[in-house]
Design a protein. Structure first.
Length: 59
């Protein structure tokens, strides 16, 4: 039998990884947003990228 991947099915798999450096203040802001919105840091960052992208395309 083939091994099946266990987890939630998705139409938008997140198979790319990015690593970057941030300062303490930016990290505190990210953690605060994450706690306030009850979302992962990754989701907050994805929203930020989408917001900047939308802002650039709505000029």
């Amino acid at each position: 039998m083939a091994n099946k991947k266990i987890g939630r099915p998705t139409n938008a798999p997140k198979n790319k990884t990015i690593k970057f450096r941030i300062d303490d203040e930016t990290n505190k802001k990210l953690e605060s947003c994450s706690k306030e919105l009850n979302e992962s840091k990754s989701e907050i960052l994805r929203k930020g990228v989408n917001k900047v992208y939308d802002d650039l395309n709505n000029k």
